[in-house]
Design a binder for this molecule. Structure first.
Ligand code: Z5A
Length: 223
């Protein structure tokens, strides 16, 4: 694969969506102006923004089932939830992520395999080995080239998410669940050098600065 997969992770309200949009604009701006970028990025090359769940048409339907409390009319069981996230990922990788990486695009993805480890593994308490295997099946072994972990205080993140409007099924879980998810991210970051921690308790601009600084170094390394 000649493209690069850059993933954003973290608990709710960390600002992933906001930061991904800012980074996309920055990359597109840089692409026109910098020698480094034109060496690395073909002039016609795309910067793709996508997410899990919901990066494909099937994924969009699965996202509705997973996050909209009213839609299924019955409680989704934990293993069923795990398998729905895996189905979304498998479709996403085959239909969208791999084809764009093969074309050499930069794919900015809001959540990926670490979300399943953090939410279904640490949050729900499902078996971590099983999740690793399932992640491997769903991705066909594809890994992110760089993961930004937007590390925010759980309470601040949930408050931000709630202030934004209606909260979804996952966000309605109790605070202890979200704290276990946070612990999952801490463990993942400890054991995986491709995860870069970003202090997400700061202003939008300060967070973006940290992200750009890390990515600039990576782009030089990759070029
Ligand atoms: N999930 C799972 O369980 N297992 C899996 O395998 C996968 C996912 C892939 C998907 O939700 C849900 O699925 C998620 C995990 C689960 N659970 N939940 N809940 P999602 O990814 O679509 O949504 P989210 O994770 O809840 O993200 P979010 O709430 O949309 O937050 P965000 O994208 O990180 O932040 P944002 O939308 O950019 O910002 C949130 C608000 O804060 C918004 O009003 C901003 O204007 C504001 N904001 C952003 N940055 C700042 C700063 N710096 N200061 C102040 N305010 C800010």
């Amino acid at each position: 694969m000649i493209g690069k997969l850059i993933v954003f992770e973290g608990v709710e309200g960390g600002g992933k969506t906001t930061q991904i949009q800012l980074l996309r604009n920055w990359l597109l701006e840089k692409k026109q102006s910098s020698k480094l970028f034109s060496k690395f990025i073909d002039i016609d090359l795309e910067v793709i923004v996508t997410r899990e769940p919901g990066g494909t048409k099937l994924g969009q339907a699965l996202r509705e089932l997973l996050l909209n409390t009213d839609i299924s009319g019955e409680q989704i069981q934990e293993k069923a939830e795990l398998l729905l996230y895996a189905a979304d990922r498998s479709q996403h990788i085959e239909k969208l992520v791999k084809p764009y990486l093969e074309k050499g695009a930069i794919v900015l993805c809001d959540r990926f395999t670490d979300s399943t480890i953090a939410y279904q593994g640490y949050g729900r308490g499902l078996d971590l080995d099983l999740i690793q295997k399932l992640n491997h099946i769903a991705t066909g072994g594809l890994k992110s080239d760089l993961t930004f972990w937007l590390d925010i205080d759980v309470k601040i993140g949930l408050t931000r998410a709630k202030n934004r409007g209606k909260i979804d099924r996952m966000e309605q879980a109790d605070i202890q669940f979200h704290q276990r998810v946070q612990q999952g991210y801490q463990e993942l970051a400890k054991n995986n050098p491709s995860i870069v921690r970003i202090d997400a308790n700061l202003t939008t601009d300060k967070i973006q600065e940290q992200i750009q600084e890390v990515l600039m170094k990576k782009l030089i390394e990759w070029a």
